[in-house]
Design a binder for this molecule. Sequence first.
Ligand SMILES: O=C(O)C(=O)C[C@]1(C(=O)O)C=C[C@@H](O)C=C1
Length: 307
Amino acid sequence: MRYAYLGPSGTFTEAALLQVPGADEAERVPAANVNEALAMVLEGSVDGAMVPIENSVEGGVSATLDAIARADHLQIVREVLVPITFVLAVREDIDALEQITQISTHSVAWAQCRGWVQANIPGAEFIQGSSTAAAAVGLQDPEQHHQAAICSPLVAHDRNLKVLVEGVEDNLGAVTRFFLVTRPGPLPAPTGVDKTTLIVPLPEDKPGALMALLEQFAARGVNLSRIESRPTGTGLGSYFFSVDIDGHLAEERVAAALTGLHRLCPDLKFLGSYNAAEGITPSIDSHNSNEAFIRAREWVGQLLHRL
Ligand SMILES: O=C(O)C(=O)C[C@]1(C(=O)O)C=C[C@@H](O)C=C1
């Protein structure tokens, strides 16, 4: 197996990939950004790509949300959660925070440490890195000028970097959620604790369209665990919704909600049903159980026989 991930080695994305059974022995192919990793999946040069989707502090990773929403022929097959903590790694000749004028890291990492930097190294300039590990590796590159990098403790340790401060994040206990994305194939089997991800382009200028979307789920007892609106890119006022729901397509209530939603939004995209990384088995009212849907369908079927 070959998997793409945001490189170089030592990113949080690689840590997420290493949680996939067998990934430690698989070929791991570093990509420069999320789009490149997804392009490798689409062209078939890798079997899958690990991509960050959401951070508990910073919110949705818009680059990924947009890339997977726009690409056809991608499927989410697994969800992975990675606890996030950052260190401030520095060049060998740096001994004090006052010597630092430029700090490099990934923009999502910077957003999680900005408060600490402002309080402790006011005036330090942010140099955008393609990843936290790229910023860390850059400390050993004479061509790059930043004196410090915000990165994972693991990459600092593995690259033998000098760490000036540990735990520089503004919020303790942050978590980033990742998706393993492949070309479309068989759906992972339902486990009872699953999620389904959808891209819903709502009809424009239609009063109550969002309400109608939500009703499809509410009426079948399907819980939404994430809903974000993103611009389609075609002009102001044009949005799609990126939605996660609790449940698997194989569940009758989920299939029924998607059937209703498809009538409202025929361009609805199904990105996959997959095992939730954590969570409890949802409690389902008896009228939303598989049996209730099957009985109701049989009843209507019998009535139709009278035609
Ligand atoms: O730069 C990395 O190490 C990444 O894996 C990317 C990424 C992200 O895009 O959210 C992953 C997790 C952290 O929250 C910060 C950065």
